[in-house]
Each structure stands twice: as C-alpha cells, then as structure tokens.
Design a protein around this ligand. Sequence first.
Ligand SMILES: Cc1cc2nc3c(=O)[nH]c(=O)nc-3n(C[C@H](O)[C@H](O)[C@H](O)COP(=O)(O)O)c2cc1C
Length: 654
Amino acid sequence: MSVPFDYRSAFSRNIGWVTETEQEILKSKRIAIAGTGGVGGSHVLTLIRMGIGRFNISDFDTFELANFNRQAGASMSHVGCAKVEVLAEMALDINPELDIRQFPEGVGENNLDDFLDSADLYLDGLDFFAVEARRALFAACAAKGIPAVTAAPLGMGVALLIFLPGKMTFEQYFRLEGQTEDEQLLRFLLGLSPAMLQMSYLVDDTRVDLDAHKGPSTPMACDLCAGLAATHVLKILLGRGRVPAAPKGLHFDGYRNKLVTTWRPWGNNNPIQRLGLKIARRKLSAKLTGPSPEPVQPTTPIERIIDLARWAPSGDNTQPWRFELVDEAMFLVHAWDTRDQCVYDLDGRASQTAVGAMLETISIAASGEGLEVEFTRRPDVPETNPVFEVRFYPVPELKPSHLIPYIRTRVTQRRPFTPTPLTSKQMAELNAAVGSGYRVVWISDRNRKWQMAKLLFQSANIRLTIPEAYEVHRRVIQWDARFSEDRIPDQAVGLDFVTLKIMRWAMHSWKRVHMLNRYFAGTLIPRVQLDLVPAMRCAAHFVIVSETELDDMDDYLEGGGALQRFWLTATALGLQFQPEMTPLIFSRYASESMEFTSDNDAITAAQKIAVELEGIIGDAKLERAVFMGRVGVGTMPLSRSIRMPFVERTADRR
Ligand SMILES: Cc1cc2nc3c(=O)[nH]c(=O)nc-3n(C[C@H](O)[C@H](O)[C@H](O)COP(=O)(O)O)c2cc1C
C-alpha cells in the first residue's frame, strides 16, 4: 500500500512537546553535520524525526564490519557503500521532502564555506581522532557566528559541549594550538569530559590504541549522544532558554547513573585541568608500548578447533602444549609437564589434567565442525613430553556440543561468590557432566564448608611459606595487569589493592617474604582473603572422584576431560568456579611420601591435611580424587588470564 508523504502527519506526534509553529520553524532550519558514522548517523536520524527539514552532511568514508556495533547505517547491505549516501537514502526514506546536501569528499579547508553555507547550527559527528578537521570547523563556526555542538560518546555515556557565538570558543576552551597530535587528543578528551566518569569501568585499556586511531565504543553512547545533542539543538534553534555553553559542560553516564555539570573557566588552562592533563600524560607514556599486533583469524575447521582448544584451563596458565598442523585432517599436540619447575606439579599430574581438559576441548570444538576426533598418544616419547596425533573424521549427522559457546567464557574467579546454594537441577546437571566413571562429592552444608575453609587455610600456610612455592609464584604472576597471555594477572589473584602492593614488595626476595611471615604474620591477610573467606562464600566445594584407581597418565588425561565438561557445564549454568587444588596436591605428596619441600613443618602439615581431607570427603577414596574446587553464584571476574596468540601456539614448539 502506498501512502503519500505528509510532513504534518509524519511529525504530528512531536506536537505537544513543541507547538505547531515551532515544528514549522524546525522544518525551515538547516543543520550541518560532519561525519555520518556512529554519532553523526544517529544525529541525522534523530533530527530528521524531530522534523528538521534541511541538512548538509559530509563523510568521505565507507561502511565496514567494524562499524556494525554502533553506526546507524552499518548493515550487511551497506558494507563498502559511502556513509554519506547511505544516510541520505535513509533520511529521504523518512522525509522525502528533505533538502539534503551531501559532501562525500568530507570537509576540509577547501570546502568549509560551502559546507557551512546557510547552516543554522553545526553538529559534530567527526571521528574522535579527526582533530584537524574538527578544529577548522569549530573555528569557522566561531567566525561565522554559527552555534556548534559536540556530543562525545564516552563508555556508556555522553559528554556535551556547546559553543555559542560570542562566548568561549573551541580553541579558547581546548587550547590545541601548537600541540603535538597525542597532546591534542589528550586535551580534547580531558576537555570533553573533565569528570572522566567512564574510566572506572573500562575493563580492557589495551583496546585504546592512539597510534592506530582506534578505541572501544558502544551503541548506547551513540544513542545517548543523539538524544542529548538533539535536545540542546532544539533549545538553541527555538530559543527555549539557557543551554550550558562552554566553559560549562554536561557529562551523563548511563552505566554509573551519574550526571555531572562541569565548569572549567579558561578551559584546559584551568589549574585543575592542567593537573589532570599532567596525570593523564604520565599514564599515557607508561602505556605507549607501540601498536598491538592484529590477531590472526583462523580460517579452516582445524584452525578454528585449535583456536578454541587454546582456551582450556591449565595450572597457573602455563598452557603446556603446542600445536603442529600436519594436514587438513590431522594435527599434532606436543605437550609437556612442569615437574622440573613447579612444586604443584612434581609428578606431572596437574599438567596431565590440564592436557586432558585441552584434548576434551578439541572434541567439543570439533563437534561444531561436524567432525569426530581420534587421539593417539605416541608410544615412543617420554611421559614428561607426550605427543598426541589428533585425527578428524566427518560425521554428517553429528550434533554440535551445547558446551561450545562456553569454551572461551569459562574462567577462574578467585574472589568470594555469594553463599546462595545450588538448585537441585544445577547439581543434577553438574553430576551428569563428569560422565560415567566419575562422581562428584559435594561439600555444601555450613559445617563442612567451615571444615573445608580451615583446611584451605592450613594448606595456604604451606603454599605461602615454602621457598619452593615462592619461586613458582614469582614466575607466574604478571604485575600491574588485568589480562595476561601466559601467566595470572595480579588483579585476578583475588587480593585487595593494598595487600597486593605489600605482596609485590615482599616478593622481590625470599628474605623479605620470610621476614614478613616470621615477624608480621605475613600470611594471615592473604590466607583470609584468598582461602578462608572464599571458602565460606560459595555454594559448595566439590571433589571429582574416579570410580577406578588412578594408575597412570591416561587416567589423569581422562580426569582432565571430566573436569572440563564439569567446568563448562558450570559456566553454561551461569556459575562461578575456582579450582582448589593445593590441599589435594599436598595430600598426595604426603601419602606417597614425595619430598616436595625442604621445610619439615610443611611436610608434617601436609600429612595432617591428608587425614583431614579424607575425613571431609567421607567414603570416597582420596587417592581417586581427580580435582577439587568451589562453585557458586557470583560476578564474573573483570581480570583474567587470556591465552598466547593462535599463531604463536601453532608455530613454535618447546
Ligand atoms: C590442573 C589445574 C590446577 C589448578 N589449580 C588451581 C588452584 O589451585 N587455584 C586456583 O585459583 N586456580 C587453579 N587453576 C586455574 C588456573 O590457574 C587457570 O585455569 C589458568 O590460570 C587460566 O585461567 P582461566 O581459567 O581463567 O582461563 C588450576 C587449573 C588447572 C587446570
């Protein structure tokens, strides 16, 4: 059915918030918008629906996949198309009577006058990094007496600055003249948002890449920008009262639910701004380590399987495996254990469990490609460095495992959960996940959880006082890090800021650790934070137990498979998870009389732990325990171990 366009009907629902006369005024206005990407595209569409009748829009860019998260015109049918043309087409589809002038070459010195010709207002939709064009546009607006508005998408919020004729100009506020590009970007950012509300929830600052002119963005911020900017555009165009002009600014953050009105007389020359800039400069220079390499995307089914297998868990994130591609139906896994370097892996069992979890991940990932897997462990290589041949067979009717989506999101959470108990459905699914040949012993009532807490507290004393463990911790913690490719970032360890600082200081030398432990009860706070409190703040502790004896490496590899199915199922159920392996490891060392430390007190403590752990798990045999930990309802960790790049994992071998 074709309905003829009628301006009054199309925008009649604005009436009430604006009068009919005001709507006619809006229809007659011309807005210049430079940039029709994330913010600019939303500006165009919002203002058209507000009934603005005339536009000058510019953009030299075309749409690409990386624009999809936020840009109004970015969609599969528009990849490769000129942004300005797409937005004009979308605009005319809403209001066919629009007078819309397009500038597909972008805006520069040579067409500024043309672009701003008869504009009633300029609205900034330029890329954050387009400093030169922005400066030129705002200067031209000031010279021509055109109000200019910028609404910057920051995190999940918006910072608004308005430059009105006769008031403080863009240059007077930002003070960019004569500065380097990095300094101009810094001044622009801090000027836009003196409150910097967004910084507290930037979870991955490595994604801010000034050199490559890239940064993270959200669609919500673009929509908030369009909403806040259009409101002020309306007020300016209709003379509806005061708007906060520079040096005043508005910052609304939807994530933090905060609105701040900022006021910075002299703009970036304000003493508070100068101090802020000084701090920001220091942070930036510490961060500038050169551009991070683009991740290599896997393309073939086998590459995709390996890419997922990388995400299997391993003790201290050691990832004791390398992949060697042989052909399209086979690859090799070169694995190893860390018995010569790690006190928690003296019999190689921890590494074997991790390798088993990784092989299980290969099977799960392969099901998504319609492939079944056959593993063959080469007989002629030592147990410390096993090699697996991994062959794939297409099975057309094979169903993809429901666990595939959780391979990358499975994570270790070392901070306290809530004590909310597991539902019977969750427990049943977890019991089933380990598969035949295994069962799960649950420790969920308050009394037994307290026994477990005390046991972990004792075990932690061994962990934090033996020199053999000190060497491991020194090696596996990456300091000042939220993410770590080959270790555990300090922020994921589970300690508060101050204790972490003390620990970092102490771990400089064994002498310091020893002194702190001996004279200042140095293990007490870490043991409370890392063991005692988390042990009570969880739904339950679990022990995965094998129905048969654990005799050799193959038994631990299989146990690792059960662990991975269990952990992925917990992730699928939305539960948090932390392995608690040290009591089990020290118990085994004690019962098998393995010499794991030179500290005799620690050996005695380990013997005690073995007896107590046996008491807690009841009739299950301790020597058949494969893995233990805790699960529960909690928040996802903001800091985590990540993995070595796909390419590195496949290229070199240990
Ligand atoms: C065999 C094994 C033993 C582990 N032991 C512990 C442990 O005792 N305590 C702990 O917090 N994490 C433990 N982890 C978790 C690893 O540190 C974690 O999987 C690794 O750092 C990768 O991090 P992610 O699980 O967050 O991806 C263990 C993992 C495996 C596979």
